[in-house]
Design a binder for this molecule. Structure first.
Ligand SMILES: NC(=O)C1=CN([C@@H]2O[C@H](COP(=O)(O)OP(=O)(O)OC[C@H]3O[C@@H](n4cnc5c(N)ncnc54)[C@H](OP(=O)(O)O)[C@@H]3O)[C@@H](O)[C@H]2O)[C@H](O)CC1
Ligand SMILES: [K+]
Length: 503
């Protein structure tokens, strides 16, 4: 799903109304119903209380409409509306609907001491995507009361006070919500780490905006969620053999870090590649032959590190980096490898120490084949592209980096972002904090390589590989709990992930 700016959302809203021959008030009713249904899927609303704080625009209108729907469901509801003399049209329509049904609401201003129903769910419907300037200090007393209340806070569309696509100042009063229920497409600000305190978690509610109108909007940012998975289904033809599924070489490992390359190689197999060969220092030989008998092993002359890269003619996909170390000898071997081989028809995935070597010697970047996939975590990324001021700046810096070098970058994090060589960026929706564990990145590099080796192109392998990795983590956490997940579990759950996704 594309991530859109407020201006684009407004345009899509207008087009939806025309195409579906409806009015904005109908969309507002859909939005309120979507929230009601979400609430009903979690709790018995008739046995619960709700305090709803509404603003003057359409976000406030959503809140008023929700108040009416909850009232009709026999919930205990208290509605507050900002005192003002300029409301949006549909906000006014919903005020009238409340009055017609004799559903009471109270006005508030900055001096009001909110009487929040004890134990009620607090609904924040003050500002949505229409926030167009930082909210002034006059809002602080109200937002402070919301944030200081012990009640569960649910924000409609966006936590009030939070911009959709630019950074807030640290002083801005912003609602800290438990769950944000956002409509149709996630707003960019919900996805960036600076806003974690306000967003906590979000869910996307479908309000049937016109999907073609969304797709027509020009945006380089997307959110990769479950809906996109079916298009990645691949059925193995009956008459096929292992060479149809890629011949992968994993170059990595050093004394004490053979495990990293082993994890990557196992993940390559589990994601469906046909053959895997590992190239490691001698110290890895018996370990690998024992731990992964399916893999072929070639060893370097050195016992402890890689000092010469192998001949790669027969491999189509090459993973470089897991556990490799950054010794000067390894760097020279890497440089020689990139300089002396025509790699233009090879699919390369570079992780960990491979990326560090590129950062130390940026001249090597020009030698990489087009759409080589790099999978850095933040520290590795910073060494590669320099530091950034904030998440928005980071996105722009990566976009210009991938475009100028024609690379794919998987920027790992709680919400991993995959940047394609044309500058498009996809935010991933799967995964959980249990995956922040040693070796998780090696597994990701292996999964991406396994997919890239098969029928997926670099962009698909990176975007879907990231999702599959996160999804394996999610099924692992359902079985094991987040706390105990190890990288090996992520590998072991890849088959369950595939089965759950594709049946
Ligand atoms: N397509 C959809 O997703 C739908 C979403 N809906 C809901 O509508 C809101 C967006 O509604 P909108 O009316 O455009 O905007 P808001 O309600 O967020 O706020 C607009 C009002 O707030 C004033 N404003 C803006 N910034 C500030 C500020 N810093 N301080 C004080 N007041 C501010 C603005 O006033 P102006 O002075 O700028 O005129 C507006 O009065 C969306 O988020 C959804 O919740 C629809 O219901 C259905 C379709
Ligand atoms: K809100």
């Amino acid at each position: 799903m594309k991530i859109l700016s407020p201006e684009q959302l407004k345009r899509v809203e207008t087009q939806t109304i025309t195409i579906q021959d409806i009015e904005l008030i109908n969309l507002m009713e859909r939005a309120a119903n979507a929230i009601l249904n979400w609430l009903k899927s979690k709790i018995d609303v008739s046995k619960n209380s709700f305090t709803i704080i509404c603003g003057v625009g359409n976000n406030g209108g959503d809140g008023l409409a929700l108040g009416r729907l909850l009232w009709e469901e026999k919930a205990n509801v208290k509605i507050y509306l900002q005192k003002n003399n300029s409301y949006s049209l549909d906000n006014l329509t919903n005020q009238k609907r409340l009055k017609d049904l004799k559903i009471p609401f109270e006005y508030y201003d900055e001096t009001t001491k909110l009487e929040i129903i004890p134990n009620s769910i607090l609904i924040d419907a003050i500002f949505g995507y229409g926030l167009n300037r930082p909210i002034g200090d006059e809002w602080k007393p109200i937002i402070d009361q919301i944030n200081q209340s012990p009640n569960t806070v649910i924000s409609v569309d966006v936590p009030s006070g939070l911009f959709c696509d630019q950074l807030n100042s640290e002083k801005d009063p912003i609602v800290e919500s438990e769950v944000t229920l956002t409509f149709q497409t996630p707003k960019l600000s919900l996805l960036i780490p600076e806003n974690q305190q306000y967003v906590n978690e979000f869910e996307i509610l479908d309000i049937s905006l016109d999907l073609e109108s969304i797709e027509k909007e020009d945006s380089q940012l997307g959110y990769f969620s479950m809906n996109y998975v079916p298009q990645f289904y691949f059925k193995r033809p009956k008459f096929s053999h292992k060479y149809d599924y890629g011949n992968v070489l994993v170059i990595g490992g050093s004394y004490g870090k053979i495990g990293a390359s082993l994890l990557a190689a196992k993940a390559v197999f589990k994601s469906g590649a046909g053959l895997v060969t590992m190239y490691v220092p001698k110290c890895g030989y018996s370990v690998i032959q024992t731990a992964l008998p399916e893999a072929m092993v070639q060893t370097d002359f050195s016992d402890e590190m890689i000092t010469k890269f192998p001949n790669v003619e027969r491999y189509d996909t090459i993973v470089i980096g897991p556990g490799m170390g950054t010794d000067e000898k390894t760097y020279r071997a890497f440089e020689e490898f990139l300089s002396e081989n025509d790699l233009s028809d090879k699919k390369l995935i570079i992780d960990a120490d491979g990326i560090n070597l590129l950062s130390n010697h940026p001249n090597l970047l020009e030698k990489l084949p087009k759409e080589t996939i790099l999978t850095p975590h933040d520290k590795e990324l910073e060494r590669l592209i320099g530091s950034w001021e904030n998440s928005y700046d980071k996105i722009e810096k990566i976009q210009s980096f991938v475009q100028s070098h024609e690379l794919v970058i998987v920027a790992k994090g709680f919400i991993t972002q995959t940047f394609l060589a044309n500058g498009e960026a996809y935010f991933n929706s799967s995964g959980n904090p249990g995956m922040a564990t040693a070796g998780s990145g090696d597994v990701l590099a292996g999964i991406i390589a396994g997919l890239y080796a098969k029928q997926y192109n670099a962009s698909e392998a990176a975007i879907f590989g990231v999702f599959l990795h996160g999804f394996s983590g999610d099924v692992a956490s359902q079985q094991l709990g987040e706390e105990s997940i190890m990288a090996t579990d992520l590998i072991n759950y890849i088959p369950v992930a595939f089965k759950t996704l594709f049946g």
